[in-house]
Design a protein around this ligand. Sequence first.
Ligand SMILES: [Fe+2]
Length: 255
Amino acid sequence: MARHLHLPILEETGYVVLDSYQQPIDPAEWKNLEYVDWKSSGDTRFAPLASAYGQIECNGFWHQDPPKPDKDGIWIDSQTSTAPTLTERVKAVGCNVGRVRIIELQPNSYADALYNSHLDDNNRINPEGEGWVLRMFMQLTHNPDSVMILREDINDPSTETRISLPAGAQLVVDSERMWHSVWHQGDEPRYCLITSVESGPELEKWIWENSPKTRAESAFLDQGSAVAGEVLAQERRAARTAYYGYDPTTVMSEA
Ligand SMILES: [Fe+2]
């Protein structure tokens, strides 16, 4: 842990919820982007705004030639020109960013979300002494009934926090430590801007400027639904583990 620079504010809970972004953004900025199919948790597509070398692709930076850590992302002109406000919003944070992508997620269930919960691979070949890479989530569509589900331990529901996702919701998550996925309710896809951000003074300053809260109140979920979803998800997770001979979600996801 201590081999990279970590932000103290993330230590306690592994996430921080920030002030909501209040400016309206034209949905054309995310709808008119070029999307690529990319394996992730659930039924998803991604539109990169920045990638390892400026191509429209979503592969991990460490798979590229030459490989690089999830930092120093190259902006993709054909995408950023479609999404200038989103691009400026990320640049305004002022920190080093790696992958910058819009995720499109189709509606799912609580059990689906738990089944898909995973850890990210944010710090592969990130040199010791440099900043720990986190994920910044900026919710685009207004989905107040949808939640990001965070767990310190995927097998312990008592470690769960459900953060509701109205338009503008912003949070930074140590997604290599915290199990995460989104339960999206509704008829339309959910869109969110996800950025790999490097821990350091710039990110820390931006976080402090946005009223950080290290403990969010969990969105309501009735006990019956919680238990039913947990049982179903754990059955499916166990079946997947049996099939592969290991739990693939513990091998950190590239999404
Ligand atoms: Fe993830």
